[in-house]
Design a protein. Sequence first.
Length: 481
Amino acid sequence: MADTTTGRRGPARRVRVRIAVAYAVLLLATAAAAAFAIREVLLLQLENRVESALAQELSEFNRYLLFAAEPAAARPDPTLSGAFDLYLSRNVPSREEAFVAFVDGELYRSALSRFPVDGVPPDVVARFTDPDAAPDDLPAGRFDTVEGPGFYRSLPVQLGVESGVFVVMVLPLDEFAGITLVQVFGAAGVLGVLLVAAAGAWVIVRRLLGPVELLTETAEQISRSDLDRRIDVRGTGQAADMARTFNAMLDRIEAVFRAEREFVRDASHELRVPVTVCMGNLEVLALELGQDGDDAADHRATIALVTDELSRMGRIVDDLRLLADAGLGDFLQPEDVDLGVLRDDLLAKARVLAPRTWLAEGGAAGTARADRHRLTEAVMNLADNAVRHTGPGDEIAIGADVRDGEVLLWVRDAGAGVAPTDQARIFDRFRRGSGAYRAYRGSGLGLSIVKVIAEAHGGRVTLDSTPGAGSTFTLRLPLRP
């Protein structure tokens, strides 16, 4: 029989994985949102510090410019270019800062000794040398460099006949590097916490779902008639109470199943004995009435009728016994079955059922793991069913093949077919086609036995039928159950 351990534990393991993954995804989303918020806060604080530094530099230059323009100043007739020269010679920019002076729309002078890049960024030059742009339009803004983004603030000035703009720039690479470093360490920390949290969630979920997994495994075992299976109850609490309740339910279910099977077995045994006795006595009576005469002929006909009915009753008893045994663990005795040999044996056995045109179909190549005797019983039931729905000389084919990982065994006939209204229920017990009662006598258990044998192998039986054109019954079984 197939190993069902993986199938039993698969759903429970998938539940654990889903819960752990959902927990990890939620934690990751929270960490990502937190990291984004922290970055935005750090960038906002950086912009505020840069803004303050730029405003301070412009304020100092503005005070210097006002002093240079006073009549009592050291230079009574200052010019704007001269004021820029004197200020830039006396003031050194801070780290990552730069001073740039524009006079009459042209770049006049710059102080870039401590600026991280060489030269005034083209964005800044283009902004303040554009003849169509007013200096007051963009007193502050950003610019791009090969090292990263920077900030600037500008102060339009007028001294004498000259007009210009004093620009202070900041390229805070150290600040950006610090923010990046915080993000890297934060991401590493979040990843570590995420792994620890995921492992913890896995352990917690596994402990919480442990009783559920046991219930699932036990229920799967019961579906395969392992009625002795019980849950190992450990400790106290809700899980233990649930396990005890489930075990008590299993005790009741087992008692019902055992009582049903014992009843069927006892009934089969008790029915078989009187059937056998009646048939034996009828056969003796038929021999004693061997003389000629009308009364003797009537008696023989009655005896033949009763004997036939008793034979049919015996077959019904055997079929019921088989259906009752289908739920037992030893119902199948699997072995390696050569499909070619099996098909040829089935065809040889079916030929004696009735004079039909018997054919072999399918590649019949390969070996399957199955119960040879049960498959023979199922196919012979299908062949007998095909004989009942065909006439002498009609075509009946038995085939075997392996397709798409499935073992296919089929019986095809050229009979009357099955009506669409009967196809959905034809495999039910004691169900027969709408016209079968007029065509032949039967118990309605043959096709249900075929279905039980197919399902016991982990497969199914299908019907492809067209009224007036025949039917094809196919057993579809896994190649290696």
